[in-house]
Write a new protein. Structure first.
Length: 86
């Protein structure tokens, strides 16, 4: 039986772009929850519709880099690109 790490590694191999988006989205969701900010409050802070935030966090919508940037900034985070040394 596959565990979460197996599925995660398969996705990383099969669809690196989707893997990248899901990793960032998961980190943003965790930060929002850790800071106890509601989707509605995050929407007011960013101008991104609450429905859009919900759909992104649910994996229904793939956010643009602009939207990811707005969400990250509002949560006190930044998106960085680093060289992959694998």
């Amino acid at each position: 039986m596959k565990d979460f790490d197996d599925v995660r590694n398969e996705l990383k191999e099969e669809d690196p772009s989707l893997f990248f988006i899901l990793e960032i989205t998961g980190k943003l969701l965790a930060a929002r929850q850790r800071k106890e900010i509601s989707q509605r409050e995050l929407s007011r802070m960013t101008g991104v519709a609450q429905k859009t935030i919900s759909r992104i966090e649910s994996g229904i919508d793939v956010p643009t880099i602009e939207t990811l940037g707005k969400l990250a900034h509002a949560l006190g985070m930044k998106i960085t690109i680093v060289e992959d040394r694998e």
